[in-house]
Ligand binder design. Structure first.
Ligand code: SF4
Ligand code: SF4
Length: 278
């Protein structure tokens, strides 16, 4: 395919993703992801534990995408990752509620899976390019989605350790689709809202999870640390979310969840405190 042909294909894939409901979309090379800080860091941490609400992910064949703890395990034919983002506003908390009755996890993740499925269908109908959903969890063969989104030009890692997008601040959810075609990366962005910010994200944290240096570049051999200065305490942050797992009538938009579903209301204080985006 000519360079123009690849550009045309890239534009068509991005348009399909955006027309299908993605709020942001971009590309990152698989080779770049293998050097991403999250994966270098994870190899040096204790086994990455995630709360498993049984996300089996449609279209992921276990024999081709083996379960990995710390390494990228993408299909060998994958050259590029399409990274899509869904805006998650404060008044739609149900997007984050996990559906224990569903194979897709939260409603937000289900929406992202559906968008990727539309891109897969478009590729099947219009090209010979293979594609496959990338699982959300790193323990299931997923990738560091925030790193991928940075490299794809969707945003930057903020001082709250979240992806900060110019359009929506940190209020986005992410997912990836593996593509069997080499396409030009769409990032990174020249954008840094944290430089001139007085960090309300850190001040508001109920667990003080962004106060103390946890990661040192000397210990981990990387300069790009969580929350920039290595101050993100994931265990403290997890405590704030873990304590909120309950099927409780006081939860907003509970009616949007099937009866019997488990509900995990994440702490999003450092998201909502960030002034960036709409
Ligand atoms: S609140 Fe300020 S310092 Fe924190 S992530 Fe947002 S822009 Fe960056
Ligand atoms: S999600 Fe909550 S507990 Fe975790 S870092 Fe942000 S404010 Fe702190």
């Amino acid at each position: 395919m000519s360079m123009n042909g690849y550009d045309h294909l890239a534009s068509a894939i991005l348009k399909t993703a955006l027309d299908s409901g993605a709020d942001l979309a971009g590309f990152v090379a698989v080779s770049s992801m293998k050097q991403a800080p999250t994966h270098k860091l994870l190899t040096r941490l204790p086994i990455y534990e995630v709360i498993d609400f049984s996300e089996s992910d449609t279209a992921v064949a276990p024999e081709e995408v083996p379960i990995a703890k710390c390494r990228i395990e993408l299909p060998t034919w994958a050259e590029t990752l399409l990274i899509i983002a869904l805006y998650h506003p404060e008044d739609k908390p149900a997007l984050d509620y996990f559906r224990s009755s569903s194979s897709g996890g939260s409603e937000g993740n289900l929406q992202l899976i559906r968008i990727n499925n539309k891109v897969i269908r478009w590729l099947e109908e219009n090209t010979s390019t293979k594609s496959r959903q990338v699982p959300y969890g790193i323990d299931k063969g997923g990738i560091g989605l925030k790193d991928a989104a940075v490299l794809a030009g969707l945003g930057v890692i903020g001082k709250n350790n979240l992806l900060i997008t110019p359009q929506y601040g940190p209020r986005v959810r992410l997912r990836a689709l593996a593509l069997q075609v080499k396409l030009a990366e769409t990032g990174p962005l020249d954008f840094d809202p944290c430089l001139t910010c007085d960090m309300p994200c850190r001040q508001i944290c109920p667990r003080k999870a962004l106060d103390n240096k946890i990661f040192d570049p000397m210990d981990y051999g990387i300069s790009e640390l969580p929350a920039r200065e290595g101050v993100y305490d994931r265990d403290a942050c997890a405590l704030e979310s873990d304590k909120r797992i309950y099927p409780d009538a006081s939860i907003p938009q509970k009616e949007e969840v099937e009866s019997g579903d488990l509900i995990s209301v994440s702490c999003r204080a450092c998201e909502f405190a960030c002034p960036v985006g709409i």
